[in-house]
Design a protein around this ligand. Structure first.
Ligand SMILES: [Zn+2]
Length: 213
């Protein structure tokens, strides 16, 4: 049962095709697990399509069409607006394509005994998988910007609630937290952040920076 979802404005931006690749990836992977949000995106797409039908046609020059085509050639592949629902475990599409396999084939980089990560995309936003062992706490931190996290296996709990497979957390500069992985299996999350974590303990912050986390 998924109880934490992306904000409506994020879902609408995704439906309109205006989110950048990193955000599209985490939203589309959530959609693969969440029927409620798939329904919201589908409604937003139909509303957008109905609005387009009401625009009066405008004449275009041949050069305008050629410019559009050349820009399309520069674009990276776009995610399907409504991805194929995922399996009960592991990485659903479109994340699976980015991993070139499933979660059990990920080559992790260890930060501490209980914490490891794997970069997925590096650009304006940083996209990575983060794995925490059951019962392990990530040191107290806040965020330099916005961070989206999607739980893929296990779960974690912080001051804002409990998050399990499919749950989506939006963390901002205002959220100061110390997430702890739930007991049971490893907690693996997909995170997208436009700024690094800001640890309260300067030593932890330095170590995280040195480890590339
Ligand atoms: Zn949802």
């Amino acid at each position: 049962m998924i109880t934490h979802h992306p904000a409506k404005d994020v879902l609408f931006a995704y439906a309109a095709g205006t989110t950048q690749e990193a955000v599209s990836l985490v939203v589309a992977t959530h959609l693969a697990l969440c029927p409620d949000c798939r329904c919201s995106v589908s409604l937003a797409e139909r509303a957008g399509g109905a609005m387009l039908e009401n625009f009066a046609p405008e004449p275009m020059t041949t050069a305008a069409w050629e410019r559009v085509q050349s820009r399309l050639d520069d674009l990276r592949p776009i995610h399907s607006a409504v991805p194929v629902p995922g399996r009960e475990t592991g990485a659903p599409e479109p994340l699976r394509t980015y991993l070139d396999g499933d979660l059990d084939s990920v080559r992790w980089i260890s930060v501490t005994r209980g914490l490891a990560y794997r970069p997925i995309l590096v650009g304006d936003c940083r996209v990575q998988l983060v794995r925490t062992k059951p019962g392990h706490r990530i040191s107290l931190h806040t965020h330099g910007g916005d961070e989206f996290s999607l739980v893929l296996t296990g779960g974690f709990t912080d001051c804002s609630g409990q998050y399990r497979r499919g749950d989506f957390q939006t963390a901002t500069r205002e959220l100061l937290h110390r997430p702890m992985a739930d007991k049971g299996e490893d907690c693996i999350i997909l995170t997208v952040a436009d700024a690094p974590l800001m640890f309260r303990n300067p030593f932890v912050g330095l170590m995280a920076k040195l480890m590339g986390f």
